[in-house]
Design a protein around this ligand. Structure first.
Ligand code: ATP
Length: 238
């Protein structure tokens, strides 16, 4: 479904990703683990077209997407919920969600039923339903993060990139985010997940990759990585 082959990416002359390869099969959750600055966010940005890769191939359902504009990539069904709280502050919660559906309405993929998808998003995120007429900029930080995630889902995507969905959230909201990820998985949504809570990420994922200084150092089934001594020592708190 999503295949990343020998991907390189740089900021100016500084190369950050040195040829990484990742497979995200249909219906699976794959997690990318790594310490600060390893290149996880850069990987997500290169896949969604926010950053143009300097080398390598990225395919979605067999078609090359590397080098396309991010809007064109979204139209093909790849949604990116970026790190941080990126919402349209002066628009309502509902309008933010409807914007998430916009690229699919202009693409060649089936348009689907936006109203039904909005209801489904509200089922997953009841907090957002209560606040649907509120301006996004007045939501709490945690609620804004959930809105960014819900907006990505509104694309009715083939694949979702989730970059640190639990960042900065209170523990109870972190649990809620992982509960939502598990529900999305049950619905068959394909996901590439970057998370600071590596143990929880490996708990929900099928497969994991470890990124160290822009290279994949290890990969395997999530259950296996959870018990790997090196992974435990470096990322799971011993
Ligand atoms: P974290 O867990 O801290 O978010 P990460 O694994 O997501 O880290 P990236 O954000 O991808 O790491 O950063 C990888 C490297 O690229 C870091 O050394 C970072 O300083 C550098 N970098 C990231 N964004 C830029 C930028 N816009 N310009 C220059 N260098 C950047």
């Amino acid at each position: 479904m999503l295949t990343i082959r020998n991907l390189c990416a740089a900021y100016g002359k500084v190369e950050v990703l040195h040829g990484i390869s990742i497979e995200v099969p249909k219906g699976k959750v794959v997690t990318l683990i790594g310490s600060n600055g390893a290149g996880k966010t850069t990987t997500m940005r290169a896949v969604s077209g926010m950053l143009t890769p300097s080398a390598g191939e990225i395919t979605l359902n067999g078609e090359r997407i590397d080098g396309l504009e991010s809007y064109a990539i979204a139209k093909r069904g790849l949604a990116h919920s970026p790190e941080g709280r990126r919402v349209f502050a002066t628009m309502t919660v509902r309008d933010n969600l409807l914007l998430g559906a916009f690229p699919r309405l202009t693409g060649s993929r089936p348009r689907g039923d936006v109203a039904a998808d909005l209801e489904r998003a509200f089922e997953l995120f009841p907090r957002l339903k209560e606040r649907r007429t509120q301006l996004a900029g007045t939501l709490s930080g945690g609620e804004q993060q959930m809105l960014a995630m819900a907006r990505a889902i509104m694309l009715n995507p083939e694949v979702v990139l989730l970059d640190e969905p639990s960042m900065g959230l209170a523990p109870i909201l972190v649990e809620e985010v992982f509960r939502i990820i598990a529900q999305l998985k049950e619905r068959g949504v394909t996901m590439l997940l970057v998370e600071q809570f590596a143990a929880a990420a490996l708990g929900v994922a099928d497969y994991g990759y470890v990124l160290e200084n822009g290279r994949i150092s290890l990969h395997g089934p999530a259950a296996q990585l959870r018990h790997d001594p090196a992974v435990k020592a470096a990322y799971l708190g011993g």
